[in-house]
Design a protein around this ligand. Structure first.
Ligand code: NAD
Length: 352
């Protein structure tokens, strides 16, 4: 039977890559993308999919329960893959409320409507919740998060994601609702909004602007290429076990400052600046983020042993590809950053 999948937040970074991943290969899917088009959502990220007959875009909010009910009635979804979220830690520190609304209340709405639909409709197979390794808190110099690591979130963002994870687990345990969760590490790749570390640095290096680095840049993250993340999600959605959590990692731990150094060298090289002074001179250390977790690392052995998933890309090749993508797609970047994008959004979608 053809999968009829509701993807939420499909106009954001990971969601748009995932929809392209589903539609570009013959994965026997129709996709409805429900997205509120916040500042982070950009329909341009899927402009190449708009003519695909398996793709439908719905401009709407997961906080709108009536809309969710109408969509489930209309499309008889067989699965939900839930990306929609407020996703930027710094923004959650400045204004947590939107994170509580979308990440907790919005996830609850979606979960509850999907659960009621499942009870009525034997064709519904799975609810897949996309989450983060940040729910586990911070690691010291050694060790890695496993699926049984206790939750210990530090920021309003990670606390809201932890809360949504617990709701999904509760629906699975209490009602037997078929749900899975994946908790992944930091993603990078094409179409990431340029407030996040890697695209922000690439663009600032290009434009010879200062490169703000928190503290001494010693914080460590595991980096996961977005296309590897997409293949992991699809693997878990198709073959994972109900009620389970799977950690997804790229096996590429790096200090933030190492990433910035690498990007300086890659962009300088790409722009033929090797003879001049290094962009590393643009690095500016800024006051550390409050509650900044020191280190995240993922143990993805469950995903490997149970489902045979491993990342296909090395960090170096995928980072280079990401730099190339940004330099070749300045139209997308300029649109995302400009007032023109806001205007276009308002005219076409009444975006918020
Ligand atoms: P993003 O911020 O790029 O995209 C989020 C999308 O959700 C946007 O298109 C936005 O318009 C949409 N959205 C926001 N609020 C909405 C609402 N109320 N109703 C409908 N749509 C709404 O985020 P991303 O980086 O693509 O992350 C996707 C998911 O993956 C999130 O759940 C995030 O917590 C998780 N995650 C991301 C990373 C990462 O490194 N980016 C790491 C771990 C987990």
């Amino acid at each position: 039977m053809m999968n009829q999948i509701l993807v939420t937040g499909g106009s954001g970074f990971i969601g748009s890559n995932f929809i392209r991943y589903l539609l570009n290969e013959d994965r026997d899917c129709c996709v409805v993308n429900l997205d509120a088009l916040t500042y982070a959502g950009n329909p341009m990220s899927l402009s190449d999919c708009e003519d695909n007959k398996g793709y439908t875009f719905v401009h709407g909010d997961i906080l709108d329960r009536g809309l969710l009910e109408r969509l489930f009635d209309k499309y008889a979804f067989t699965g939900v893959i839930h990306f929609a979220a407020e996703s930027h830690v710094d923004r959650s520190i400045l204004g947590p409320e939107a994170f509580i609304d979308t990440n907790i209340k919005g996830t609850f709405n979606l979960l509850d409507v999907a659960y009621r639909h499942w009870k009525k409709n034997s064709g519904f197979v799975r609810f897949h919740h996309i989450s983060t390794d940040e729910v586990y808190g911070s690691l010291g110099e050694t060790g890695a998060f496993t699926e049984t690591t206790p939750y210990d979130p530090s920021s309003p963002y990670s606390a809201s994601k932890a809360s949504s994870d617990h709701l999904v687990k509760a629906y699975s345990r209490t009602y037997g609702f078929p749900a899975v969760i994946t908790n992944c590490s930091n993603n990078y790749g094409p179409y990431q909004f340029p407030e996040k570390l890697i695209p922000l640095m690439i663009l600032n290096i290009m434009e010879e602007k200062s490169l703000p680095v928190y503290g001494k840049g010693d914080n460590i993250r595991d980096w996961l290429y977005v296309e590897d993340h997409c293949s992991a999600i699809w693997k878990v959605f198709c073959d994972g076990r109900d009620g389970e959590t799977y950690n997804v990692g790229g096996g590429a731990e790096r200090k933030n400052i190492e990433i910035v150094h690498l990007l300086c060298d890659l962009v300088d090289q790409k722009l033929g600046r090797n003879g001049g002074s290094s962009s590393r001179n643009l690095i500016k250390y800024v006051k550390d983020r409050p509650g900044h977790d020191f280190r995240y690392a993922i143990d993805a052995v469950k995903l490997k042993n149970e489902l045979g998933w491993e990342p296909a890309f090395t960090f170096e090749e995928a980072l280079k590809g990401t730099v190339d993508w940004y330099l070749a797609n300045m139209d997308w970047v300029n649109n995302v950053r400009s007032g023109a994008y806001r205007e276009w959004l308002n005219t076409n979608y009444g975006g918020r």
